[in-house]
Design a protein around this ligand. Structure first.
Ligand SMILES: Nc1ncnc2c1ncn2[C@@H]1O[C@H](COP(=O)(O)OP(=O)(O)OP(=O)(O)O)[C@@H](O)[C@H]1O
Ligand SMILES: [Mg+2]
Length: 241
């Protein structure tokens, strides 16, 4: 469960990226986070994961405050950043091991977990090569493996499907479904409305730093007139408020 209460964030004393935003994300649900470029998705995700500090308001992850109990809260978060271009001089294996060290994943379970995940995402032949030589999609997938290596309960993913081939995207989508089904929280941003429609229990739509809709797709379709076309619905929501 993620509880976001009255959170605001302004950059450089001028751009109000997040404006008094509140949102409760229950365990057991996949929530898709959608909004125009610059709407505030990455900013909110960075505050949810403790990378950025809110100017005001608070965020708890399974009851732990991300600022006050940062270490405990971060221990249960799996985060995928919006860009996979980090630590490129390391091999995939070194990078994943580095993350596994930080999260204190016991050596006894680590090897099998890395192997299983790498196999699922067709990465076995990449593990021992430096990441700077990877294709974009393989970099992204290595970030996914590193995110999951410590078996986090709460998944907070910033555009996790970008660049993944259809097979790998399907693997990740199925993992997201399974994870939520086992009672965990999955929150991810995407620009692909079809993904949001097919995968998510609920969608949160953000516009200019405010949540303008939060609910199921059926509720969204019931609320606005252009019932079947998700693109038109989305346009209506972000232009209404
Ligand atoms: N480091 C920063 N310094 C100053 N302004 C920033 C910074 N990061 C984001 N912003 C501004 O904050 C607002 C929200 O940006 P954010 O990256 O959160 O949007 P987003 O919804 O993730 O967009 P996208 O769909 O393009 O990823 C934008 O106006 C952006 O220009
Ligand atoms: Mg973003």
């Amino acid at each position: 469960m993620i509880k976001i209460s009255n959170v605001s964030k302004t950059y450089n004393n001028s751009i109000k990226a997040i404006d008094n935003l509140s949102l409760n994300i229950k365990s057991g649900e996949i929530v898709g986070f959608i909004g125009l470029n610059g709407a505030g998705k990455t900013t909110l995700i960075k505050m949810m994961t403790g990378i950025l500090r809110p100017d005001s308001g608070s965020i708890t992850i399974n009851g732990m405050d991300i600022v006050e109990d940062a270490l405990d809260a971060k221990q249960i978060i799996g985060y995928i950043a919006d860009s996979p271009d980090m630590f490129l001089r390391l091999t995939g294996y070194e990078y994943i091991n580095f993350i596994a060290d930080i999260y204190k994943v016991p050596l006894s379970v680590r090897k099998k977990r890395i192997n299983d995940l790498a196999e699922k995402f067709n990465l076995l032949d990449q593990l021992n090569k430096p990441m700077q030589g990877y294709s974009h999609g393989n970099r992204q997938k290595m970030m996914v493996v590193a995110c999951l290596v410590h078996n986090p309960k709460v998944w907070i993913l910033d555009e996790p499907l970008i660049g993944l081939d259809p097979k790998s995207a399907l693997v990740l989508k199925n993992m997201m479904k399974e994870h939520a089904k086992s009672g965990n929280t999955v929150f991810f941003s995407t620009h692909v409305l079809e993904v949001a429609e097919k995968l998510c229990d609920k969608v949160a739509i953000i516009n200019e730093g405010k949540i303008v809709f939060y609910g199921t797709l059926d509720e969204l379709k019931g609320k606005y007139s252009k019932k079947d076309d998700l693109e038109k619905l989305f346009m209506e929501v972000v232009s209404h408020e």
